[in-house]
Design a protein around this ligand. Structure first.
Ligand SMILES: [Zn+2]
Length: 185
């Protein structure tokens, strides 16, 4: 029901997820340049003058004209997306936790000049984060289970939406960087 539509720019770069209503507006304004995917949804509109209800068929992926910025070279860092990147597991003990049990750990701690960037942050349970304290993994004698990385735009779009249809997944996945295999997780 709440399936969102993947909006691209005309060059095929993901711009973001839009609601079906927002997508319908883009269709009506004739800003949709091309579409992808067969898993369409139909949206009913108003009753027109000859008494028929109008409807719009929405494709799961729409490329639109108009100047809308893509999220940028570096996707914004947030705990939601970070924890999803790491499969909701602590990158030190490997156990899976709920969102509220996880914390953002700076691999090189901030007190030692570590930056708050994708390549320096991992999901960690409160216990491991506390144990590590203001030390690097080496200093704390703790092993990092996976190297943190910055998701590319397509990975970011995947990680930022929990409900993705097959067509959308196919489009995004073909452009994943291959640094992590979320399908297997
Ligand atoms: Zn842990």
């Amino acid at each position: 029901m709440n399936m969102r539509i993947l909006r691209l720019n005309c060059a095929g770069l993901p711009v973001g997820w839009v609601s079906r209503e927002q997508a319908a507006v883009l269709y009506v304004k004739e800003q949709v340049a091309w579409t992808l995917g067969t898993e369409t949804t139909r949206m009913l509109g108003g009753i027109n003058r000859n008494g028929r209800r109008s409807s719009i068929t929405l494709a799961p992926i729409i490329a639109c004209e108009g100047r809308v910025g893509v999220p940028g070279v570096v996707p914004p860092l947030s705990n939601d997306v970070l924890f999803r990147r790491d499969g909701y597991s602590c990158m030190y003990c490997g156990q899976v936790f709920t969102r509220t049990e996880l914390t953002r750990d700076h691999v090189v701690p901030r007190v030692q000049g570590g930056r708050d960037v994708w390549t320096n942050v991992v999901a960690a349970c409160a216990r491991c984060n506390h144990r590590k304290g203001g030390r690097t993994p080496e200093q704390a004698g703790m092993e990092l289970l996976a190297v943190p990385f910055e998701p590319n735009l397509y990975e970011y779009m995947y990680l930022a939406n929990h409900r993705i249809c097959g067509d959308q997944m196919e489009y995004l996945q073909a452009r994943f960087g291959g640094q992590r295999n979320w399908q297997a997780a």
